[in-house]
Design a binder for this molecule. Structure first.
Ligand code: MN
Length: 238
């Protein structure tokens, strides 16, 4: 990796993202000239699989990172290759399906990258409350931290089927919003920059929590890395 550096630009088009600090995206490697990688690879976790215990168990983290996240990277690479082949052959019969596959897997690849970095072991960066500009914005836009967490928790627990709870900064509205995303890509309004994402696909919690999604989301707050969320807000606000 010595001839590579950390770079976000390659995926910016998929999330309506502002330019974000490269050190926040250890996974999104690009060539020195800033071109996107020829193949997307998932990053290692920024902590050990067991480090989010007891809130998120080691077995879940292993399969979630090594298998599920890997599958999104594979799907993203496959969709991009399929679209390149379609252009080469000037055969766009499958372009509708390939476009949907691209959106789904690019979402899954990028969402999980945010998710891993949004978390840290409890007491070692995880848990507690935000400070500074993020805390002020939460108070301004939600009426306080407790109201925000109640709102976010309720919205996230209420996601129907597979999806995510998302705290985003909307670059045009100039405010924080809580929204929910279905699957890996549906429902996030254009202009919003995800800051904090809670995965509520069953693969994120079912081994430990079974059907008790609310218990998982409640426990998840103990591993939220507010420093990471704050850095994302700073970047999104420019
Ligand atoms: Mn997931």
């Amino acid at each position: 990796m010595t001839n590579r550096r950390q770079f976000i630009g390659g995926l910016g088009a998929f999330g309506g993202l502002a330019v974000l600090p490269t050190e926040m995206f250890p996974t999104l490697m690009a060539m020195e000239d800033g071109a996107p990688p020829t193949e997307y690879k998932i990053p290692p976790l920024p902590y050990d699989y067991k480090d989010l215990e007891p809130h998120i168990d080691e077995a879940t983290m292993k399969v979630h990172h090594d298998k599920h996240h890997q599958a999104y990277a594979d799907g993203l690479n496959k969709a991009l290759a399929g679209l390149a082949t379609a252009r080469d052959k000037n055969d766009f019969a499958a372009v509708g399906s390939l476009s949907r596959q691209l959106a789904f897997h690019a979402g899954g690849f990028y969402n999980h990258t945010i998710f891993w970095n949004n978390m840290a072991p409890t007491g070692k960066g995880g848990g507690g409350q935000p400070t500074g500009k993020l805390a002020d914005a939460i108070t301004r836009d939600f009426g306080g931290f407790e109201k925000f967490t109640a709102h976010f928790t309720a919205a996230t627990v209420a996601v129907e089927g597979n999806g995510w709870g998302v705290l985003a900064y909307h670059s045009a509205l100039k405010r924080l919003v809580v929204v929910t995303m279905m699957n890996q890509q549906l429902g996030l309004p254009a202009g919003s920059v995800p800051l904090l994402m809670c995965d509520v696909w069953e693969h994120a919690y079912y081994l430990k929590y079974q059907n008790k999604r609310a218990d998982y989301v409640k426990a998840w707050w103990n591993v939220v890395n507010w420093k990471d969320v704050s850095a994302r807000l700073d970047a999104a606000m420019g």
